[in-house]
Write a new protein. Structure first.
Length: 137
Protein backbone atom coordinates (compact mmCIF):
# COMPACT_ATOMS: atom_id res chain seq x y z
CA UNK A 1 0.00 0.00 0.00
CA UNK A 2 1.29 3.44 -0.86
CA UNK A 3 1.90 5.58 2.18
CA UNK A 4 2.20 9.29 2.14
CA UNK A 5 3.20 9.16 -1.42
CA UNK A 6 6.66 10.46 -1.66
CA UNK A 7 6.56 12.64 1.34
CA UNK A 8 10.19 11.83 1.51
CA UNK A 9 11.06 13.13 -1.89
CA UNK A 10 12.81 16.31 -1.18
CA UNK A 11 15.52 15.61 1.20
CA UNK A 12 17.77 18.10 -0.47
CA UNK A 13 15.39 20.45 -2.21
CA UNK A 14 16.56 23.89 -1.25
CA UNK A 15 13.14 25.44 -0.90
CA UNK A 16 11.55 27.12 2.10
CA UNK A 17 10.74 23.99 4.07
CA UNK A 18 14.07 22.19 3.75
CA UNK A 19 16.44 25.08 3.12
CA UNK A 20 17.63 25.48 6.70
CA UNK A 21 18.08 21.80 7.47
CA UNK A 22 21.73 20.95 8.02
CA UNK A 23 21.83 17.18 7.46
CA UNK A 24 20.19 14.77 5.00
CA UNK A 25 17.99 13.38 7.81
CA UNK A 26 16.87 16.85 8.87
CA UNK A 27 16.00 17.67 5.28
CA UNK A 28 14.12 14.39 4.82
CA UNK A 29 12.18 15.09 8.01
CA UNK A 30 11.34 18.58 6.74
CA UNK A 31 9.82 17.03 3.61
CA UNK A 32 7.60 14.71 5.60
CA UNK A 33 6.51 17.70 7.66
CA UNK A 34 5.62 19.65 4.48
CA UNK A 35 3.40 16.75 3.42
CA UNK A 36 1.83 16.49 6.86
CA UNK A 37 1.17 20.25 6.86
CA UNK A 38 -0.19 20.06 3.28
CA UNK A 39 2.21 22.70 1.92
CA UNK A 40 1.67 21.80 -1.74
CA UNK A 41 3.85 24.54 -3.25
CA UNK A 42 6.89 23.63 -1.17
CA UNK A 43 6.26 19.91 -1.60
CA UNK A 44 5.87 20.14 -5.40
CA UNK A 45 9.03 22.24 -5.75
CA UNK A 46 10.99 19.28 -4.42
CA UNK A 47 10.33 17.05 -7.45
CA UNK A 48 12.17 16.91 -10.75
CA UNK A 49 9.84 17.30 -13.76
CA UNK A 50 10.76 13.74 -14.78
CA UNK A 51 10.12 12.25 -11.31
CA UNK A 52 8.94 8.63 -11.10
CA UNK A 53 7.55 6.87 -8.05
CA UNK A 54 6.98 3.12 -7.99
CA UNK A 55 4.45 1.56 -5.64
CA UNK A 56 2.31 -1.54 -5.43
CA UNK A 57 -0.39 0.15 -7.51
CA UNK A 58 2.04 1.21 -10.24
CA UNK A 59 4.09 4.19 -11.32
CA UNK A 60 3.43 7.76 -10.21
CA UNK A 61 4.28 11.12 -11.75
CA UNK A 62 4.83 14.44 -10.01
CA UNK A 63 1.18 15.37 -10.67
CA UNK A 64 -0.06 12.13 -9.13
CA UNK A 65 2.06 12.69 -6.04
CA UNK A 66 0.53 16.16 -5.60
CA UNK A 67 -2.95 14.62 -5.86
CA UNK A 68 -2.05 12.33 -2.96
CA UNK A 69 -1.07 15.37 -0.91
CA UNK A 70 -4.61 16.72 -1.34
CA UNK A 71 -6.37 13.45 -0.48
CA UNK A 72 -4.17 11.83 2.18
CA UNK A 73 -3.88 12.77 5.83
CA UNK A 74 -0.65 12.14 7.68
CA UNK A 75 -1.18 12.31 11.43
CA UNK A 76 2.35 11.36 12.49
CA UNK A 77 5.60 9.91 11.21
CA UNK A 78 8.93 8.74 12.63
CA UNK A 79 11.99 8.05 10.48
CA UNK A 80 14.48 5.41 11.69
CA UNK A 81 17.37 3.39 10.26
CA UNK A 82 18.29 6.33 8.03
CA UNK A 83 21.27 6.01 5.68
CA UNK A 84 22.46 8.17 2.81
CA UNK A 85 25.28 7.62 0.34
CA UNK A 86 26.58 9.47 -2.65
CA UNK A 87 26.31 7.43 -5.85
CA UNK A 88 28.35 10.05 -7.71
CA UNK A 89 28.84 13.81 -7.19
CA UNK A 90 25.31 14.60 -8.42
CA UNK A 91 23.28 11.63 -7.16
CA UNK A 92 22.46 10.59 -3.59
CA UNK A 93 20.56 7.51 -2.43
CA UNK A 94 18.67 7.53 0.86
CA UNK A 95 17.19 4.49 2.55
CA UNK A 96 15.21 4.35 5.78
CA UNK A 97 12.26 2.97 7.70
CA UNK A 98 9.30 5.15 8.54
CA UNK A 99 6.45 4.53 10.95
CA UNK A 100 3.34 6.42 9.87
CA UNK A 101 -0.14 6.99 11.18
CA UNK A 102 -2.71 8.33 8.76
CA UNK A 103 -5.25 7.82 6.02
CA UNK A 104 -4.93 7.46 2.25
CA UNK A 105 -8.35 8.66 1.22
CA UNK A 106 -10.63 6.47 3.34
CA UNK A 107 -8.05 3.69 3.83
CA UNK A 108 -5.86 3.39 6.90
CA UNK A 109 -2.23 3.57 5.78
CA UNK A 110 -0.72 3.28 9.26
CA UNK A 111 2.27 1.00 9.68
CA UNK A 112 5.98 0.63 9.13
CA UNK A 113 7.45 1.06 5.64
CA UNK A 114 10.86 0.65 4.02
CA UNK A 115 11.68 3.50 1.64
CA UNK A 116 14.34 4.49 -0.88
CA UNK A 117 14.73 7.83 -2.64
CA UNK A 118 17.17 8.91 -5.32
CA UNK A 119 18.09 12.61 -5.51
CA UNK A 120 19.80 14.37 -8.39
CA UNK A 121 21.63 17.69 -8.21
CA UNK A 122 21.08 20.17 -11.03
CA UNK A 123 23.19 23.26 -10.44
CA UNK A 124 22.88 23.93 -6.71
CA UNK A 125 19.43 22.36 -6.28
CA UNK A 126 18.67 18.77 -5.27
CA UNK A 127 15.42 17.27 -6.58
CA UNK A 128 13.79 13.91 -6.06
CA UNK A 129 13.89 11.84 -9.23
CA UNK A 130 12.79 8.42 -7.93
CA UNK A 131 11.08 7.03 -4.82
CA UNK A 132 9.72 3.67 -3.80
CA UNK A 133 8.34 2.20 -0.60
CA UNK A 134 7.05 -1.12 0.64
CA UNK A 135 5.16 -2.06 3.78
CA UNK A 136 7.47 -3.83 6.23
CA UNK A 137 6.66 -7.32 7.44
Amino acid sequence: MRIVTFAAVAAFAFTGVAANAATPLQKETAVWQAFKDKKADAFGAMFAPTYVGLYEDGAATKAKELDHLKNDKLESFKITNFASRMIDPDDMLMTYSVDVKGMAGKDDMSGKYQAATLWHRTGNKWLGVYHTEIKAK
